[in-house]
Design a protein around this ligand. Structure first.
Ligand code: MG
Ligand code: ZN
Length: 219
C-alpha cells in the first residue's frame, strides 16, 4: 500500500469520526457551540458569565481546547460544571478525533448544552467541523475592526459573532460602523452581540443567554 493511501485513510477516518460525534450528540439532544477567536479575546471570561447565568436552568458541559495548559479548564471547573481539557500539544485547532476522546469522558445523558472552546486562532479552526450546531466567533475591540475582512472564513462560517470588551471601545480606534458593514457583507445571516465581562457590570450577556436558551429549545 502506498503512503498516499494511508494519508487518505486518516482523513477519511477523521471525517467519519466527526459524523459519528454529531450523530451521538443529536441522539442525546445536546445543543453544541463551537466557540472560536484569536487568543485573548475573552472567550473564557465570557463563558464564565454565560455559565453563571444559565447553569441553574440548563445542564452545561464544556470542552476546553488549549495548546499546553489547563488554566481555562480550571476556571470553568470552578463554576461547577463538567469540563474536559484537550491539550493539543501545540496543534492550532481541534479536530473530530480529539472531540471523540473528550465526549467519551463526559456523561452525555446529563447535558443540554455543550460548549467547545476552540484553540485561540483566527485561521484554521474555521476549517474543522467538530459536530457542532453553530460556530460562534468572538472578536474583542482592542483587536481592531479590520479582522473580519482579514480572516473572512471564520466570520463567514459563524452563525453568531460577538463583539467583546465593549468597555474598552473608547480607548481603541475600533470602528463599529465598519465592523457591522463588514460582517454584513461577509455573512448577512450572522446575529451580532455586543458584550463586556468587566466585573459587576457585564453588558449584553443577558441578551446572549436569552438567545442561547432559544437555540437550545429550538433544537
Ligand atoms: Mg480561553
Ligand atoms: Zn490548525
Amino acid at each position: 500500500m502506498s503512503k498516499i493511501k494511508v494519508v487518505e485513510n486518516i482523513l477519511h477516518t477523521n471525517d467519519e469520526i466527526t459524523s459519528q460525534n454529531k450523530r451521538l450528540l443529536n441522539e442525546k439532544g445536546i445543543y453544541v457551540i463551537n466557540m472560536m477567536s484569536s487568543p485573548g479575546s475573552g472567550k473564557t471570561s465570557l463563558l464564565e458569565r454565560v455559565i453563571l447565568k444559565l447553569k441553574d436552568n440548563v445542564r452545561i458541559a464544556v470542552i476546553e481546547g488549549d495548546l499546553y495548559t489547563t488554566k481555562d479548564a480550571e476556571r470553568i471547573e470552578a463554576q461547577g460544571v463538567p469540563v474536559v481539557q484537550i491539550n493539543t500539544g501545540g496543534a492550532c485547532h481541534l479536530d473530530g478525533k480529539m472531540i471523540k476522546g473528550a465526549l467519551d469522558s463526559l456523561n452525555l445523558d446529563n447535558v443540554d448544552l455543550l460548549v467547545i472552546e476552540n484553540v485561540g486562532n483566527l485561521v484554521c479552526p474555521a476549517a474543522f467541523e467538530l459536530g457542532e450546531d453553530i460556530k460562534i466567533t468572538v472578536l474583542s475591540t482592542p483587536e481592531g475592526n479590520d479582522k473580519p475582512l482579514k480572516y473572512p472564513r471564520m466570520f463567514e462560517n459563524s452563525g453568531a459573532v460577538i463583539l467583546n470588551k465593549l468597555d474598552l471601545l473608547e480607548f481603541t480606534n475600533f470602528n463599529k460602523v465598519e465592523f457591522y458593514q463588514d460582517i454584513n457583507s461577509l455573512n448577512a445571516h450572522a446575529i451580532i452581540f455586543e458584550t463586556s465581562c468587566v466585573r459587576e457590570q457585564d453588558q449584553g450577556v443577558e441578551e446572549l443567554c436569552t438567545w442561547i436558551r432559544q437555540q437550545i429549545n429550538n433544537k
